[in-house]
Write a protein that binds this ligand. Structure first.
Ligand SMILES: CC(C)(COP(=O)(O)OP(=O)(O)OC[C@H]1O[C@@H](n2cnc3c(N)ncnc32)[C@H](O)[C@@H]1OP(=O)(O)O)[C@@H](O)C(=O)NCCC(=O)NCCS
Length: 176
């Protein structure tokens, strides 16, 4: 089951975000840099602010009545390496470790793609750390392709190398 998150889910999302981010990125940067980033992005206060802004579309996926993961997407977000307009950004998609490999990620990503298409979008882009080979393989299964390399500013002093991946929706022939 997938639900659209609202302010009442702030505490769940704060805990889920911190746990899943750390599990996925613990080898990408020094521990103190990760802690600083997680405080900035996943503190309860930060998540409440995010949920209060309708631009941020959060979904939570449940498995057998237990919270398994979440996603965040924004509509019509430009990336300098991507030409056409009306492209969504898949900002975060994270499952707890014990729920990997159960097709929940596929279900959640499909849900976001459907949501984006229903809102007249032409495609979806995302940022993925170059060392996250699991996620890259997962996105490639959906037809995402690497279109650029970039650096993700984790903190003021740490840059994480990453890829920009793009999925152009089939009905759109403007995207190369
Ligand atoms: C990436 C993630 C969301 C994938 O979700 P998941 O539920 O584990 O993946 P699914 O079970 O839905 O798999 C969907 C497809 O991707 C494939 N896939 C998943 N992991 C893969 C891997 N490591 N290598 C190759 N293919 C993989 C599956 O085989 C499946 O393809 P199939 O339908 O042909 O069998 C999940 O592993 C996750 O939360 N990872 C940690 C957080 C993260 O890294 N998020 C991305 C940040 S950019």
């Amino acid at each position: 089951m997938i639900i659209k998150a609202s302010i009442q889910h702030a505490s769940v999302l704060s805990e889920l975000g911190a746990e899943t981010f750390y599990a996925s990125h613990q080898h990408s940067a020094p521990a103190n840099q990760l802690a600083a980033y997680m405080k900035k992005v996943y503190s309860l206060e930060a998540i409440e602010k995010e949920l209060a802004d309708p631009v941020n579309i959060y979904h939570i996926i449940m498995h057998n009545d237990t919270v398994a993961g979440f996603s965040k997407m924004e509509l019509t977000i430009k990336h300098p390496a991507i030409e056409p307009d009306r492209i969504s950004k898949m900002d975060q998609i994270y499952l707890l470790d014990s729920f990997h490999g159960l097709k929940l990620g596929a279900e959640l990503l499909s849900h976001n793609i459907d949501y984006s298409k229903a809102n007249g979008q032409n495609g979806m882009w995302l940022v993925v750390w170059v060392g996250n080979t699991t996620a890259i393989a997962f996105y490639e299964k959906f037809g995402f392709r690497i279109v650029a390399k970039d650096d993700f500013q984790l903190t003021e002093t740490h840059l994480s190398p990453c890829y920009i991946m793009l999925l152009a929706y089939a009905s759109n022939n403007k995207i190369s």
